[in-house]
Design a protein around this ligand. Structure first.
Ligand SMILES: [Fe+2]
Length: 196
């Protein structure tokens, strides 16, 4: 009998996010991040750059659990802003230890810990594991969504906030050119720039 059950780990992540109380870090967000993450993984595979231990299950585990802490917090707190990735890492290590092998859990936990770091951290340290890269790219792409931005603020669209949000997003995507990124992400960013 198989000792670990990664399907269960993903299913539990979906239940966790469904039970969340944070509008920007909810089931819908994780679900969109997963779609992008799978496309990024396939893009890296086509480019011959995908590491061989990385597969869809590992990516889905990282995605469904990456905002597990924030999902349980209503609104914003300074602690949450700084420590969310560390707290989510603690949750994933605790909740999934019986479902995911230690080696694979380590990769997912590392990606979750890395996902809220600024780009310059990766540039300065050169520490950019591929699972972290896939999660980071997918999460950032999803956060460019204006719909998601207004959903997280629980307000209807308006021009001033759309303009400010796009200004903020432009600053985020400026830094992408300095990181190794997938062709999929490059295309999304180019399309986004053209739509501005
Ligand atoms: Fe996220």
């Amino acid at each position: 009998m198989e000792k670990y059950d990664e399907g269960k780990a993903i299913e539990l992540g979906k239940i966790w996010m469904k039970n969340g109380i944070n509008r920007g870090h909810d089931y819908e967000h994780a679900s969109e991040v997963e779609k992008h993450a799978i496309e990024i993984m396939r893009s890296l595979e086509r480019e011959g750059r995908l590491e061989k231990e990385i597969d869809k299950e590992l990516i889905s585990i990282s995605v469904w659990w990456h905002d597990s802490y924030k999902a349980r917090i209503k609104g914003w707190t300074l602690y949450g802003l700084i420590m969310e990735a560390y707290e989510s890492e603690k949750i994933v290590r605790r909740e999934l230890k019986e479902y995911v092998s230690p080696k694979r859990l380590e990769k997912a936990a590392r990606a979750i810990r890395d996902h809220n770091l600024p780009i310059w951290y990766f540039l300065l340290t050169g520490k950019y594991p591929q699972v972290s890269q896939i999660l980071f790219e997918a999460d950032t792409i999803e956060e460019l969504s204006t719909d998601r931005f207004f959903r997280s603020l629980n307000m209807s669209r308006n021009r001033i906030f759309t303009f400010l949000f796009k200004l903020y997003s432009m600053n985020r995507i400026f830094w992408w050119k300095f990181l190794p990124n997938s062709k999929y992400t490059q295309n999304v960013i180019n399309e986004y720039k053209n739509s501005l």
